[in-house]
Every structure is written in C-alpha cells, then in structure tokens.
Write a protein that binds this ligand. Structure first.
Ligand SMILES: [Fe+2]
Ligand SMILES: [Fe+2]
Length: 286
C-alpha cells in the first residue's frame, strides 16, 4: 500500500481534497508499482501537461424537495467551483438518482449545471433500471465515451449492465428498479460492460501508444472487492486484458460508498468516499 503522506511532484497522479478540500485522501500511484518512473518519463517526453480534475459520485438524490442529499451535492459543486486552481473538468461516477425517476435525474443535472467547468457522466444502477437508461441518456448523453486531455486518455463505460431477469418474470419497470436497488439482490445477476463496450474499448485504444497514460471510469469496481454486493464487474478481467499493455492505467469508480485505494497489477482501483458523495481532486504532476 502506498504511503499517502509521501507524495511529491514525481508522482504521476495524486488525489487530494473532498468536501472542504483540506484532507489529503490518497495517492493514486506509488513507487511500489513503478509509477514514479512513469511520471518522469512522461515529463521527459513532454507528453503530460499538469492539470487537475475532480470526481463526484453517488449523490442518490430523492424526489423530495430540499432533501439533505441535495444539500450535499450543492456543497460539492460549490467546493469544486472554489478550488484554486480550478479542476479542468469533473467526472461523475454514477448514481445521481435513488430510484431512477426523471425528476431525480433532472434535479441532479440542474445542481451540477452550476459547475464552472465541464462535466462528464457515467451511469449507476440507481439511474438506469426504471426506464433502461432512457431518461439518463436524455439528460447526459452516451454512457460510453473517451477523450484526450493534456496527454492523458480518459475512458468512461457503463458497467452496470445485467442479463434480462425481468421479461420472463413479467416484472413492471418499477419492480425491475426495486430489484436493482437492493444491495444484495437474489434476483439480478452480476454486472458488466458486455461485448459491445468491450469491442468499442479495443477499438478506442487500438492506436494509442503504450506509454499513453489511461484513466478509466466505471460505476462498479474493476476488481472483485465483494461480488455479493456487486462490488465487482463481471467482465473486468477482459477490460484489464485490453488495457494491460499500457504502462500507466488507473481506474476510478463509484458505487461502494467507501473510500479505498488499492494497487493491483496494471490497474489501481480507488473507491469513492462514504457515505453518499465522493469528491476527489486529482493533480497531474510532472
Ligand atoms: Fe451508489
Ligand atoms: Fe451503485
């Protein structure tokens, strides 16, 4: 485990901040995994320009007016806007809504529209299973995307796709959502990004040089923390396989509502902050 107190400018990425922005939370990479050398190499080639981005996740907004979770999201937005220097952009890691209703998703969009910087979204299960992502897509666009920013390749994917358990059972949309809201559901099977997104991912990274830093965002972790609660992604091994050739890969996710930093092989998953909303500030160093 990395010693989070020993960050320096040679770290490729560091993570700090969260609601108040004063706490050093975690280093995303560490000497144990060779990332210090990677950062120096990146700086030497002039590929990565230092910048910051922030992560928000798991607001779980209810339909009630002035619910306390609204307040937490408003505070996170204000914190982001007050950062100096400001993050270049924000990434939202899923579960904006509690029950996936259009009003909850629209409320999230409204609050997050106050951010002074661009924001990118991926969905969580609480956003998706009432209408199979229709309202989410209407508000936030495609759940699968990538972009390059100052030498780093960012990827977002929808990791909460389950096999159809509802049609044969004759479930209503609400019953389907209720099943997916359960933390330990005996009905819904494991989650995944599935074939279509794996094919997209292969194509997306095909022409990238292996020394391009890659940062991947999914709602569920790309490592098996606790499969019974879907603290996992069924086809994460395939994702890791596709990304394995890259020298520097980091994975961020929401869903688990606790903060954890782990380093495993080529990917370093970090879990978001308990209880409901995580905010991470990431500083790219050279
Ligand atoms: Fe969540
Ligand atoms: Fe979730």
């Amino acid at each position: 485990m990395t010693d989070f107190n020993k960050l320096n400018r040679r770290d490729f990425l560091s993570i700090s901040g969260m609601a108040g922005l004063s706490t050093l939370v975690a280093s995303a990479v560490g000497v144990n995994f060779g990332m210090v050398q990677v950062a120096e190499a990146a700086a030497g080639k002039g590929k990565v320009t230092p910048f910051r981005f922030a992560i928000l996740t798991d607001a779980h907004l209810f339909s009630h007016v002035d619910h306390k979770f609204d307040e937490m999201l408003v505070k996170a937005v204000n914190d982001c806007n007050k950062m100096k220097p400001q993050p270049d952009f924000v990434l939202y890691c899923g579960d904006i809504a509690q029950n996936g209703t259009p009003d909850q998703l629209e409320k999230g969009k409204r609050i997050l529209s106050k951010l002074k910087m661009p924001i990118h979204f991926i969905p969580g299960e609480h956003d998706w299973y009432l209408d199979m992502g229709e309202a989410w897509r209407g508000n936030f666009g495609s759940p699968t995307w990538s972009f390059d920013h100052k030498g780093v390749h960012f990827i977002g994917m929808n990791s909460i796709i389950v096999r159809d358990f509802w049609t044969a059972a004759g479930m209503s949309a609400k019953e389907r959502m209720d099943v997916m809201e359960m933390l330990e559901s005996p009905i819904a099977g494991p989650w995944g990004v599935r074939e279509e997104q794996l094919t997209w991912l292969k194509k997306d990274v095909k022409n990238l040089a292996s020394d391009t830093p890659v940062v991947v965002f999914t709602h569920s972790p790309l490592w098996d923390y606790y499969p019974r609660w879907n603290f996992q992604t069924e086809d994460a091994p395939e994702i890791r396989e596709i990304l394995f050739r890259f020298e520097r890969v980091m994975s961020f996710h929401g869903h688990v509502h606790i903060k954890r930093f782990t380093t495993k092989s080529a990917i370093c998953p970090r879990l978001e902050r308990f209880p409901l909303l995580g905010l991470g500030l990431i500083r790219m160093c050279n």
